[in-house]
Ligand binder design. Structure first.
Ligand code: OAD
Length: 329
């Protein structure tokens, strides 16, 4: 599935009244793109419901901003997309041992910025200035301002369809494991069971000094904190966010659970750039152990050429399409 986005007026198509010409020209060009077998479905925001051909299916259509009259989205689905979806649907329905790894892209539709995409957090901030133990030792107030801002942002967000589908799967399929690199807690808020939180949680804190009276991590949902840094109720020292920073190791128990989960039949890597290790290594490990590996992402990543199947689309659209077929077959 290929999604094209454009805002009108587009310099290439200045005359909006010639919208039919716009479709025709665009579709002709899209048809010639490598990898596009045919233009199977089109939906265009300013003329919602407008389509070419009665039997064309429009998958996962969700206007990104229904109030923006200048937004135009074309969604082009090649015929093979439907048989590719069926590969995943059949395995799920057969009760395959399934492991899913998610990244920031899964929360994008909820309004959470990703790290490396356009407008991504690491485009605006340097990770070493905000997400390392050294940064915290140097400027704890600044680091907490950043984490407190992210907690406020997440608190104002809602889980999206991708979280909803994955949560349903964790409850429905006994042999399914969900590993997330996300610290936002949106999988849990959607009702997911047994989430393996690879990089910790924004909603946990720990004593920075590691005082003996306190547990390593504990839940804290205060938004916003009255003081930054917030203080440890056991020793009065500063608290730290319960996330894994660059330069820190993954919790050995989480690592062991994740390693174990790579012994599976089906491995889905969803909404992650696959650049941050050790999480990024899980998909290849699963493949080496015999799993059928699938990437769901609107953009190509470093693993796209090394998985068995790529479903090119957003997590919320592709998971919705899979779930629709799982439920209605
Ligand atoms: P990135 O920002 O590196 O990658 C996000 C991926 O999501 C990109 O490949 C996008 O193409 C894709 N994407 C964007 N919108 C999407 C959508 N609607 N549906 C599906 N995919 C979409 O984020 P991560 O790979 O999660 O580490 O980053 C990995 C780690 O780097 C994070 O856990 C964080 C960060 O530094 C820590 O916090 C330790």
């Amino acid at each position: 599935m290929l999604t094209m986005r454009a805002w009108l007026p587009d310099p290439e198509f200045p005359d909006r009244s010639d919208i039919t010409g716009f479709y025709r020209d665009t579709l002709t060009r899209v048809d010639r793109l490598p990898g596009v077998e045919a233009v199977a479905a089109v939906n265009v925001r300013p003329c919602l419901g407008w389509g070419l051909g009665a039997d064309w299916d429009v998958e996962g259509w969700a206007p990104p901003d229904p109030d923006d009259p200048t937004f135009l989205e074309l969604r082009i689905i090649s015929p093979s997309y439907f048989s590719e979806l069926a590969i995943v649907v059949d395995r799920l329905r057969a009760g395959a041992r399934t492991t899913i790894l998610t990244g920031a892209g899964v929360s994008a539709a909820s309004g959470m910025p990703t790290f490396r995409g356009p407008g991504g957090l690491w485009k605006r901030h340097r990770p070493e200035a905000l997400a390392t133990p050294e940064a915290f030792a140097k400027v704890p107030v600044l680091v907490w301002e950043w984490y407190d801002w992210r907690r406020q942002l997440v608190a104002a967000c809602k889980p999206n369809r991708a979280h909803g589908v994955l949560a349903a799967w964790t409850r429905r399929y006994r042999d399914l494991r969900l590993i997330t690199q996300n610290v936002d807690g949106l999988h849990e808020r959607a009702g997911a069971d047994g989430v393996i939180r690879f990089h910790g949680s924004l909603w946990e804190v720990g004593c920075w000094g590691g005082c003996a009276a306190a547990p390593t991590r504990w839940p804290d949902h205060t938004v916003p904190f009255a003081t930054r840094p917030p203080t440890c109720s056991h020793c009065g020292g500063p608290l730290r966010p319960g996330v894994v920073w660059f330069g820190e190791g993954i919790d050995p128990a989480v690592l062991a659970q994740s390693d174990d989960a790579t012994s599976c039949d089906l491995f889905l890597t969803i909404g992650t750039s696959s650049l941050v290790y050790p999480a990024a290594g899980l998909v290849q490990q699963a493949r080496h152990r015999g799993a059928f590996t699938v990437e769901i992402n609107p953009d190509a990543t470093v693993v796209s050429d090394h998985v068995d199947l790529v479903l090119r689309g957003t997590a919320e659209a592709v998971l919705d399409a899979i779930e629709h077929r799982v439920e209605h077959r």
